[in-house]
Design a binder for this molecule. Sequence first.
Ligand code: NAD
Length: 380
Amino acid sequence: MNIVVLRETLSGEARVALMPESVKKLVASQVSVLVESAAGLGAARTDDDYRETGAEVSTDRQALLAAADVLVTVNRPATEDFAALRNGAVVLGFLRPLEEAAALTPALARGLTTFAMELVPRITRAQAMDALSSMATVVGYKAVLIGAAQIPRMFPMLMTAAGTVPPARVLVLGAGVAGLQAIATARRLGAVVEAYDVRAAAGEQVRSLGAIFLEVDLGGIKTEDAGGYAVELSEEALARGRDLIAEHATKADLVITTAQVPGRRAPLLVTEAAVNGMRRGAMIVDLAGATGGNCELSKADAVVEHDGVTIIAPTNLAATVPVHASQLYSRNVTAFLGLLIKAGQLNIDMNDDVVGPSCVTHQGQVVNSRVAAAMDAKAS
Ligand code: NAD
């Protein structure tokens, strides 16, 4: 049984799907791991590091694809890579199944069994496979560091002989995994932090990190689904949040936005008018850029200067911390492979409560109903 790791080809991508420590575990479980040469270099791992843990390293990408029983990736393989796989092979990675469902059509043609790390259910049993949380942790941390390095002020309050320096003020919108990590990082640097989320449960978590939770009266409407995710709000409820945000943004030096609703465009939380009310030198780091952004002025992967306020919306911040992002992701992938492989052989149980819901395509069919609906919506 061959597990194959390729060098990622997406521009700016430095992560790798399996780190050598994971390869060692897999090889010990009686499978072969084949790695494309230089696959780990972005994450500071050499071909020799992989060889030492028992992997076979090759420069022949086509031969690797043809030999793969399971291809593990960070990003969705390119169409030509899908085409070079054997019929019935397994693919596991961030496949963007809801946002770009149509891009998985080549997988149907090859009869591939594809698993999207985004679809791994957030149940206790699957916690070790929760790659979304792993990446959100890295991204929330890095967003604060980028902001701290960019704004023209220091973060901590300092009392010096030359007088007192007040602490920076950080506003975090969306207190899920990325938002909570951003709050914790900003607090460690000494900032005063305020945070807003539509889920009431987020309040306690925000306060436990020493930040102030901003509350808005949404009239008791339902703000989250059974899985604990935020739901899409009515325009009126969104407007109430925006008013509160605009008011608090006037005092912020750094605004970090992380609000997402699975399978939907990100909610618009920071309007142009709110940006106009911000201080000169302030910055917005919009972490929802890949799904449309939380700020009206955000442009994915571009730097926008608006009347003294800088707005960035990096869509792949996890790739800028490639060692730890890869290490966490690699462990998530290895835990998932543990469900697919028994005694060195593929053993896919679609009735498993983690395996089934994570599957996108199997035997030429789209087996995930949300993805099928997204494909139909695109086609019609
Ligand atoms: P996410 O990336 O989907 O969204 C980020 C945050 O944005 C969420 O907290 C969401 O409530 C918030 N948000 C959405 N619309 C908003 C709006 N209009 N205004 C303000 N905030 C808005 O979320 P996530 O970080 O992936 O986590 C979502 C939930 O899943 C959380 O409850 C989290 O605790 C939970 N979770 C559970 C597990 C587990 O049990 N294994 C693991 C990870 C996350």
